[in-house]
Design a protein around this ligand. Structure first.
Ligand code: PLP
Length: 391
């Protein structure tokens, strides 16, 4: 493929060169099993331990609070199912209407007669037009039978950041487990879990320049945990299955890189995102930002170009090698606006034309300038073709 301009980093990221280099020996000569008694395996175990330390340093916790998983989705499933298993007398879950499907569909499945124990009740908190939660509503939703509250740290579509510290504090006061899906936040916003009232937190490697196939679940010391996968005694009996050593080593290297680069998110990445967003809003009529500018990730811009289809915009951007994503998903043959934009009450005419641009520390000024050059004529052309006939 010719040169691409990759602005879809909330979907996945490029594996960083130093990450690839770090994992390579574990795909080639260092293939031992970390559980083996021989020194050949022991060497590999040491590498897994080091990766655990690197991930712990990025999120400010102890290495023994990290369980390696296969992905963010597994971490979310493990956290929520463990909370229900360890709180057998409680039957209520609280989450939001804007969660990633990894949490949302699981909660629907648990409470709508999926393959799990029935009898659970779900409260899904709404958001306002800026994508923000009302803390008072969170408080009102808690009840003595609430087993777990799961609220994402940052939204994958809009980048809106949620007040997880305040929500965690409310949960702690009420003796309720608090889980946060931090898949989009880790590596983009600095934090230290040892200072925060969070019991469980999900991370995914491929969102921070590690390969796909590795994630982590943080479980605070003292929080009871029931494994999702049962079998061998890997991960101190908390996640059975021979470790994906190369991926884990890569994840460790990516965590170290993210820690080194995190200051760039607020400066370099946010500046380029702001330049892109301001440029598009100024040069394209009927363009609107989705999600509050007050509290959001530094790398994400979600813009609705009213009266046109996001998919058409993506196809035309693709002609220039520009990768972004749209807020509509093709279900049953028609384009459905995303549940996130629907929850925010974004009108259909705007939700259909929403595009998410998500940057990384590897995004350059020249790439942003290219997008600013080619997008306005694309929008103009599509508006001319639109049955709504606006410009
Ligand atoms: N949670 C959020 C907020 C995400 O953005 C994603 C991926 O897009 C996931 C969970 C799932 O992560 P994974 O792809 O590692 O399963």
């Amino acid at each position: 493929m010719s040169e691409i301009i990759y602005l879809d980093n909330n979907a996945t990221t490029a594996v960083a060169p130093e990450v690839r280099e770090a994992m390579m020996p574990y795909l080639t000569e260092l293939y031992g099993n970390p559980s083996s008694v021989h020194r050949f395996g022991g060497q590999v175990e040491t590498a897994v331990d080091r990766a655990r330390q690197q991930v712990a340093e990025l999120i400010g916790c102890e290495p023994d609070e990290i369980i390696f998983t296969a992905c963010g989705t597994e971490s979310d499933n493990a956290a929520i199912r463990s909370a229900l298993a360890t709180e057998p007398d409680k039957c209520h879950l609280v989450t939001t209407r804007v969660e990633h499907p990894a949490v949302r569909n699981l909660c629907h499945d648990i409470t709508h007669g999926g393959p799990f124990r029935s009898g659970y009740r779900l409260t899904e908190l709404g958001v306002d037009s800026q994508g923000m939660l009302d803390l008072q509503e969170v408080g009102n939703a808690l009840s003595p039978d609430t087993a777990v509250v799961s609220v994402m740290w940052a939204n994958n579509e809009t980048g809106v950041i949620y007040p997880v510290e305040a929500i965690g504090a409310m949960c702690r006061e009420n003796g309720i487990l608090f889980h946060t899906d931090a898949v989009q936040a880790v590596g983009k916003v600095p934090f230290a879990l040892r200072d925060l009232p969070i019991d469980m937190l999900s991370v995914s490697g491929h969102k921070l320049h590690a390969p796909k196939g590795v994630g982590a679940l943080y479980v605070r010391r003292g929080v009871r945990f029931e494994p999702l996968l049962k079998g061998g005694h890997q991960e101190r009996n908390r996640r059975a299955g021979t470790e994906a050593v190369a991926n884990i080593v890569a994840f460790g290297a990516a965590a170290e890189l993210a820690k080194k680069n995190i200051a760039l998110e607020k400066t370099q990445v946010a500046r380029l995102r702001d330049k892109l967003e301001a440029g598009l809003l100024a040069s394209c009529p009927n363009a609107i930002r989705n999600g509050t500018a007050e509290s959001r990730l530094p790398n994400t811009a979600n813009i609705s170009f009213e009266y046109i289809e996001g998919e058409s915009i993506l196809l035309m951007l693709d002609e220039y090698g520009i990768c972004a994503s749209s807020g509509s998903a093709c279900t049953t043959g028609s384009l459905e606006p995303s549940h996130v934009l629907r929850a925010m009450g974004v009108p259909y005419t705007a939700a259909h034309g929403s595009i998410r641009f998500s940057l990384s520390v590897f995004t350059t000024e020249a790439e942003v300038e290219k997008v600013l050059e080619v997008t306005p004529p694309i929008i103009k052309r599509l508006r001319e073709l639109s049955p709504f006939g606006r410009d």
